[in-house]
Design a protein around this ligand. Structure first.
Ligand SMILES: [Zn+2]
Length: 306
């Protein structure tokens, strides 16, 4: 194996050259390497952080949601490894209350994150929860109930689903309580502008618009409205704050049917209330830069004569 592919130590020794090429071909990339001293005098590889320039620059246009699902090489000091990772990530993913991290439930990820990010929120990945619940508990419908609870916008809806989980399998409910119910959720919001809306967002807005047409609108003040749906329930929309008592508006940063009913009554464009991250122009900016692969096989390093 070593004859054909080279030694492990030899492979790590190639990293500096690879990183050099990567930074040349991808301007703006952030690359950090951590070494430890070897008892024999040489340096030994410990950690590597790479963020391509295209990703660093594109991030500013995106909603501030970071999924930590990376391929990592870590040592037994997992807490230190994750802290090291988050310290370098914070060079361009700044700590704000609008930032949400989503990750698997790993104590070291939580510990490392908390040392670097004090304001950002952290939630567990619902797909991992869904898989765990499916694997650990019967009947299979529990996973669906858990997913429905995770997608609830208001506490009442969540509680209804959670009570159902408790009724079907108290053990599963206890498992979720142990995790911390609030960890199942993630939502955030950002700024606005006017442009063409991306198709998936447009579909949601169109559906909400259709539902809004059947709602009764009562002004409370200049930009505050009470909206009554056919079933009789009432919601309060505050257009300036971008909120609705159903929670969907502020969570998705897309106007809910109630907000659309209010905006239509006021005669203002619905597009004003959609997060800038959902506009095609923003999405184009997010992904407009390309990642250039620095090497072609091993040829550049002279390992194999292709
Ligand atoms: Zn609403």
């Amino acid at each position: 194996m070593e004859l054909s592919l080279g030694s492990i130590a030899g492979s790590y020794a190639l990293l500096p050259a690879y990183i050099g090429l990567l930074q040349q071909t991808n301007p703006g990339s952030l690359c950090y390497t951590e070494h430890v001293d070897d008892p024999h005098g040489a340096m030994r590889f410990k950690y590597q952080f790479i963020a391509y320039g295209a990703c660093v620059n594109g991030y500013q246009y995106m909603r501030k949601v970071v999924v930590v699902d990376a391929f990592t090489i870590v040592d037994s000091e997992n807490d230190d490894a994750w802290e090291w990772f988050f310290r370098h990530l914070s060079a361009f993913v700044h700590d704000t209350t609008e930032l949400v991290f989503i990750s698997v439930r790993h104590a070291s990820i939580y510990a490392g994150m908390r040392k670097v990010y004090n304001q950002a929120h952290h939630s567990a990945c619902t797909v991992h929860f869904w898989r765990n619940v499916r694997h650990l508990y019967k009947p299979q419908t529990l996973a669906g109930l858990m997913f429905a609870a995770a997608r609830a916008f208001v506490v009442d809806d969540f509680n209804k689903k959670f009570l159902e989980i408790q009724r079907v399998n108290p053990g599963c409910a206890a498992y979720l309580v142990d995790i911390g119910k609030s960890k199942i959720f993630w939502r955030s919001r950002a700024a606005r502008s006017v442009s063409v809306i991306a198709p998936k967002c447009r579909k949601i807005v169109d559906e909400n618009f259709e539902n809004a047409m059947a709602m009764a609108v009562r002004p409370i003040s200049d930009f505050e409205f009470q909206i009554q749906i056919r079933a009789g329930e009432c919601y309060t929309v505050k257009l300036v704050e971008g909120t609705c008592s159903c929670n969907e508006f502020q969570c998705l940063s897309i106007p809910c049917a109630h907000a659309i009913a209010a905006a239509t009554r006021l005669g203002v464009s619905i597009e004003n209330f959609i997060d800038v991250a959902y506009y095609e122009e923003t999405i184009r900016h997010s992904y407009e830069e390309k990642i250039t692969y620095s090497i072609c096989g091993w040829k550049l390093f002279g390992r194999i004569n292709l």
